[in-house]
Structures are given as C-alpha cells and as structure tokens.
Design a protein around this ligand. Structure first.
Ligand code: URA
Length: 204
C-alpha cells in the first residue's frame, strides 16, 4: 500500500465497509479494536462472535472473560492494552473467516498495527497466528514462542498464544495460556505487582 492510500485509511475506526458480501449480511455492526491507540501490547483475535457483534467490542463474551482474568493476574488491565480482530465483522454461524475475507480486512489491521506500534502483538489462536506469521502454526506446541516478522514493511514481534476459548474446552491448557499472557506482560515491562495500580502502560 502506498503512502497516499495509507493516509486515507484509518485502522482504528472503519466505516461502512462492504468488501465482504457474506459478512455484510451476517454482521449487526463493524467491531473495531478497543484500547489505547498507543498501547504497548496488541491482542489480535479471529473475528467477532455473537456477543461482540451485539455489543460492538472485541472479546466481551466468555473468551473475553478468560482473557480479562488473566490480564488482571499479570498486572495488565484490559483498559491498558489494545484488543482487535483479523476481521471486523461477525462471520455467519461463527465460521472461520475465509482467506479472501482475511485479505479484505488486512489493510485495516495493518493500519491499526502501524498506528498503535506495539512492543508485542499477541495472536490469540490459530487464525491470527497464521495470518500474521504467514505460515502454518501448531498453536498448542508453539504457544509462548516469539517471532519477528515484517508486517507492512516493519519488523514486528509476534507472540503466539492459545485462543482463550481453548482453556474453556480443555482446562489443562490454562497454564500455557497464563504463561503466555505473563510473557506478554514481561515484554511490556509490567509485573504482577502493578496489578490494580496502573491504567496505561505508556506511563511506566
Ligand atoms: N473470539 C475472537 O477471536 N474474537 C472475539 O472478539 C471474540 C471471540
């Protein structure tokens, strides 16, 4: 994408996008990312589910509850991190977004990454991990690994993480999820002692 196109784009708020006919049909609204536009940690999920579509915010359902709890445990408040998705519209019946839909939404995600310029991008699950790393990823065995990849020309640190829902299906995954979130906090220079006392990472 050239600089002119980029200046016309705002990955933080997307208006009236009609690139994916099936998603235009299935969505109630576009669900943009939330959190500080200069957060040190950016979480990227797959796409909005039913609750997110209804409320207009990523990760507000059961998966969001798991994520919030773990964030608190490591001293990262939800309000201090940015949370977004690979696609901003709910796929019908919660199916995975298609490759074409992921590509349609990619420049919004890249614009958001550019603007937020995080220390680390945490990919929640297989879809965002493969989308940003550009290769197949075995999330269960690779969770906790950090890889630097170029995203829209800039090297970015990507930390592979389980999707929070994985811990709901399989409790034995809880510790891996918790360790990866702790790793994200460590990269951002936040310790569990900061829990409750901090609202914005950038102030530390
Ligand atoms: N799962 C996701 O991948 N994203 C959300 O926003 C909610 C659940």
């Amino acid at each position: 994408m050239d600089a002119d196109d980029r200046s016309k784009m705002d990955g933080l708020e997307v208006e009236a996008c009609t690139r994916c006919p099936a998603l235009v049909e299935s969505r109630s609204r576009i669900v943009d990312g939330t959190g500080p536009p200069d957060a040190d940690v950016l979480f990227v999920g797959e796409g909005p589910g039913k609750r997110e579509d209804a409320e207009g915010e990523p990760f507000v359902g059961r998966s969001g509850g798991v994520l919030d709890e773990q964030l608190r445990t490591v001293g990262l408040e939800r309000e201090s991190v940015r949370i977004t998705n690979c696609v901003r519209c709910r796929p019908p019946e919660n199916r995975d977004p298609t490759g074409e839909e992921l590509e349609h939404c990619r420049d919004y995600l890249e614009a958001e990454i550019d603007q937020v310029d995080p220390d680390v991008i945490v990919t929640l699950g297989k879809v965002p991990s493969e989308h940003l790393l550009g290769r197949s990823v075995a999330v269960t065995s690779e969770a906790g690994s950090v890889e630097t990849v170029r995203i829209d020309g800039t090297p970015r640190r990507v930390l592979v993480c389980l999707h929070p829902a994985a811990t709901l299906y399989d409790r034995s995954q809880e510790s891996t999820f918790a360790e990866t979130i702790a790793e994200a906090a460590a990269i951002a220079g936040v310790s569990p002692d900061d829990a409750g006392g901090q609202s914005r990472l950038g102030e530390y």
